[in-house]
Design a protein around this ligand. Structure first.
Ligand SMILES: [Zn+2]
Length: 116
């Protein structure tokens, strides 16, 4: 299975059968997605080592910057004012926070997965 396919499906990098997260979270309730400790099917540990997911912040940063640049470009296309673009960025960053958290962890785990 390719990297992109594994990231989009959000499944175990080892067997591809179990989802990594039990729920999607909800930014309106300040609830972040919950990650399983290990795969139900193959026992592959999703918690590689202490502090492993600190590096996922870089993935989250890249996702957030890409989303902000997209909002700025859309704002310029639709001729919004600076303050309208700024408020749009804040709203998009808030709405996609749980999605970014989930995707960054999935991407980070798949970056360091080695097939045995
Ligand atoms: Zn598995």
């Amino acid at each position: 299975m390719s990297y992109l396919k594994k990231v989009i499906s959000g499944t175990c990098p080892n067997c591809g059968k179990t989802k990594l997260f039990t729920d999607n979270g909800n930014p309106f309730l300040f609830k972040m997605p919950k990650m399983k400790p290990k795969c139900d099917n193959c026992d592959y540990s999703f918690h590689r080592e202490t502090g492993f997911y600190v590096g996922a912040m870089y993935m989250s940063y890249a996702l957030t910057v890409a989303e902000m640049v997209s909002v700025i470009v859309l704002g310029l296309i639709f001729k919004l004012t600076f303050i309208q673009i700024f408020i749009s960025i804040c709203i998009v960053a808030f709405l996609l926070s749980a999605f970014n958290y989930k995707m960054s962890r999935i991407m980070w785990l798949n970056v360091f997965y080695k097939e045995e």
